[in-house]
Write a protein that binds this ligand. Structure first.
Ligand code: SF4
Length: 452
């Protein structure tokens, strides 16, 4: 019963906060890189059986008019599965459509179960967006990476989506150390030829428990970056490497979706947005959010070698502008952190992840006076619990924070009186993926903890 309550609480949290509608943890393939398989002991995640219509209706009730209802993505401790293994998925999606007539229904699928009939049924529920986890466009490699017994079906699914006019983006977990460097490049071209609106190339993560064949040297990140730089000019779809290595807050475009307002305005990959509607933009996130919110709007941009120019995005309010930039930092969160630091005691620690360290530091320097930052340290928490190549804020656990505090102490730094912690690792009860509370960090630090 307690477990049921915990699962329900996790579902509610994901629904309210992220618009995620979990439908099942059952999957019909077995990817070598699946995060569900490499968790260290102690990680408490939940396997969800196919949700009933009544449960789904209850979950939808919790959402507050979301722009998107997200199906097939994991949330907090609920393991994701393949949504089309749910025998009544289309009924559940119809329920979501009924409740939110304008929301985009976003369905992530590995593509194997996506028959033409199902694609047609999805098209009838528009607006719909499919995230196709293709990973490889070579049948043998898809068998190897995903244990997909019928890889030709996923390849055909991309054709069905294109032919039925269902917008889709493609994702590729790059495993060149297993299937060669040619493989991710082929997958990129395959998706682009079928009209993917966006292609995301993921550096795979592996934990300290991953078998040796899944491990790769840290240089692979740079190599994938070079691959993306090489391929991006040759494809129509914006091509993104995830996670990105961000060293600045410049609103640099990674790409522009074909036939989008940004494409019609002449924007292209490499341009840097400087202002939207006459207002200087703070960062990538701000540029995208401002342009999304606006109706028809003038943007000012800079193109390497050309200089500044102006262009008009002819769009509706809340319509996506069509340019793609990485997520860097949300100015609202940054200003909240700055407010807490401004009014709070010193010394203060701002914990972040290795991925976000540079942009958080730069952002704080931009919104706070240098003297207000005295006694403030930005510290990246190592994801030692998951280990391996993991360096995301959402996977840090209490023990990682305690270790970071101990390192500060060993380095002779004064004990902090205020500690800011990102909210990503914590659930609705402020617990991490192992069930430990962030309050343990407050007790160990003997400091005020604020989630930002
Ligand atoms: S399709 Fe997704 S849930 Fe299924 S095994 Fe692959 S990564 Fe895991």
């Amino acid at each position: 019963m307690a477990l049921e309550r915990a699962v329900r609480a996790a579902i509610e949290w994901g629904a309210r906060r992220y618009g995620v509608l979990p439908v099942t943890s059952v999957c019909d393939v077995r990817c070598v890189f699946c995060s569900n398989r490499q968790n260290p002991p102690g990680v408490r995640t939940y396997q969800l059986p196919p949700a009933t219509v009544e449960e789904t209706a209850r979950t939808l009730e919790l959402m507050d008019d979301p722009r998107r209802v997200v199906v097939g993505e994991s949330v907090t401790r609920i393991d994701e599965g393949e949504p089309f293994t749910h025998p009544r998925l289309l009924d559940l999606l119809a329920l979501a459509r009924e409740r939110f007539p304008r929301a985009v229904l976003q369905v992530t699928t590995n593509g194997s179960p996506l028959t033409r009939d199902r694609v047609r049924a999805l098209a009838a529920l528009a607006p719909v967006e499919v995230v196709l986890s293709l990973n490889s466009a070579v049948e043998d490699n898809r068998r190897r990476l995903m244990s997909d017994p019928r890889p030709q079906r996923a390849l055909a699914a991309a054709d069905h989506l294109a032919e039925e006019g269902v917008p889709f983006q493609g994702s590729i977990v790059a495993m060149p150390h297993l299937v060669g460097w040619d493989d991710p490049a082929r997958a990129v071209f395959f998706l682009d030829e079928r009209g993917a609106k966006l292609i995301r190339l993921f550096m795979p993560g592996f934990t300290r428990l991953a078998p040796s064949e899944l491990r790769f040297p840290p240089t692979m990140w740079d190599e994938l970056g070079r691959l993306v730089d090489e391929l991006a000019p040759a494809v129509r779809a914006p091509l993104l490497l995830e996670p990105p290595r961000l060293r600045d807050l410049e609103a640099r475009l990674e790409g522009v979706a074909p036939d989008s307002p940004a494409a019609r305005a002449g924007l292209r990959r490499g341009d840097v947005i400087k202002a939207v509607g006459g207002e200087e933009v703070f960062c990538r996130f701000d540029a995208h959010a401002s342009a999304t919110e606006a109706g028809p709007v003038e943007v000012e941009a800079e193109r390497p070698g050309t200089g500044r120019f102006k262009a008009v995005l002819d769009k509706q309010p809340e319509e996506r502008p069509g340019f793609v930039a990485h997520y860097d930092v949300n100015p609202v969160r940054l200003h909240r952190a700055a407010g807490l630091l401004h009014d709070g005691p010193r010394p203060a620690l701002v914990f972040t992840s290795r991925l976000a360290e540079d942009v958080i530091r730069l952002g704080l320097e931009r919104v706070m006076e240098p003297e207000a930052l005295e006694g403030v340290r930005v510290v990246a928490v190592e994801d030692a619990f998951f280990g391996g190549s993991i360096m995301a804020a959402g996977l840090a656990v209490v023990q990682d924070y305690l270790d970071a505090l101990a390192r500060e102490e060993r380095a002779g730094r004064p004990a902090p009186r205020l500690v800011l912690v990102p909210w990503e690792p914590w659930d609705q009860e402020r617990r991490d993926l192992t069930g430990r509370s962030v309050d343990e960090v407050a007790v160990a630090a003997r400091a005020v903890i604020e989630l930002v």
